[in-house]
Design a protein around this ligand. Sequence first.
Ligand SMILES: Cc1ncc(COP(=O)(O)O)c(C=O)c1O
Length: 383
Amino acid sequence: MRNLYLDNGATAFPKAPNVAESMCKYITEIGSNVGRGAYETSHEAEGVLFETRELICDLFHTNQPENVVFTKNVTESLNILIKGILREGDHVIVSSMEHNAVMRPLHSHMLKNIEITEVACDKMGLIKPEDIEKNLKANTKAVIMIHASNVCGTIMPAKEIGQICKDNGVYFILDVAQTAGILDLNFADLKADALAFTGHKGLLGPQGIGGFICTDHLAEEMTTFIEGGTGSKSDSVYQPDYMPDKFEAGTPNMPGIYGLHASLQFIKDKGLESIRKHEMNLTEAFLDGLKTKDHVKIIGIANTINRMAVVSLDFINEDNGIVGFTLDRQFGIKTRTGLHCAPSAHKTLGTLEQGTVRFSFGYFNTLDDVKYALEVIDQCKNL
Ligand SMILES: Cc1ncc(COP(=O)(O)O)c(C=O)c1O
C-alpha cells in the first residue's frame, strides 16, 4: 500500500534534508550548553544559535537578531506575548478564525477582566480590515490574529490590519504558524509588533522549537512569562531586562536549534518563491480535480487566490472521521479529520458539527501524490 503524507498543516513531513543530520551532530559531537561554558564546543553551539537568529531575521527581512526569541512552539510564543502584554481592563481584538493557541491563552485564569472582541469573518474565512477598525476602543491594547487559517487556508489581509493598528497605536501580533517558510513575510511591511512562528510546519524543522520576533517597544512593555538562568547577569536574582535573555530562561532546546538551523538554510537555498509556487501548483491541481466530484464540498476558497496549500473537504454523505480513517487504513493517505483546534473557525465556516477532512500539501509532495489523492477521493463514497 502507498504511504502518502498529506498532513503538512499539522507538521511537515519529511523534514528538510539536513535536519536529522544536524541534530545528530549536536547530540553526538557537540552536546554543550550555550552561554554557560568557556570551552570551544560551547562557543561553537553559541555560534549556531546566533546564526539561527540571523536566519530568522533573513526570513522576515529584519536585522535585529537579539529580538528573535526561541520557545518550544508557536503556542508558547503566543502565551508569552499575550500574557506579557495584556493587563486587567484591556480590550483585545481577534478574528473568528483563531486557533486555540490564541483563544485559550486569552481565556486563561492568568488574565483577569480582559475584554475580547471576536470579529466575524465571512464564509471564506476572510476578515474585512474595516471591521477591525470599527471595533477599536479607547482601551484596545492589541489585535492578535492568525495570518492564514489552519482549517481552510485563507490568508488574512495582514498588511492592511497592521496599518490600522499602527495608525491607532494598537499592538499587532500575528500568528504565522501556517505561512512562515512559505510566504515572503516582511516584518516592517506587515507593521506587526510580533510574528509568532513554529519550527515544525512550513519551516520544515523539528518539533519542540519555535519562537517570535518583536519590536523593541513591545519587548520593553512585556512582562516576563517565566524566569530563570540565562547564563548572563549571574550575580543577580532578577531576570535580565534585555533581549533575548528577558524571555529565554532555562537551557534552550539546542538539538531543535541545530535542526531549525539546517531547515532555515534549506529554505533560504531553495527560495520562498519556488516553495510557494510548487505548493500552489499542487493545490491548483487538487482543486481542479475536485471540480467534478459532487460528493465532496470544498470548505472556503475553491481557487488558488489568497490561500495556502491547506484544503478542507466535507464528504457530504459520509462521516468525515470515517473517511479519514479509511484514507489511512485502506489507501495509506494521512490527513487530519475533525475540528482543527479552532472551534470559532469551524463555526464561521459552518463545519462545527461534522468537522472536515483536511488535505495539506507540503514542499516534498508531488503532482503524482495529488493524482493519487484524487483517485482515492472517488472511492470514498458509500463507506
Ligand atoms: C495557525 C496555527 N496556530 C497555532 C498552531 C499551534 O502550533 P504549535 O502546536 O506548534 O504550537 C497551529 C498548529 O496547529 C496553527 O496552525
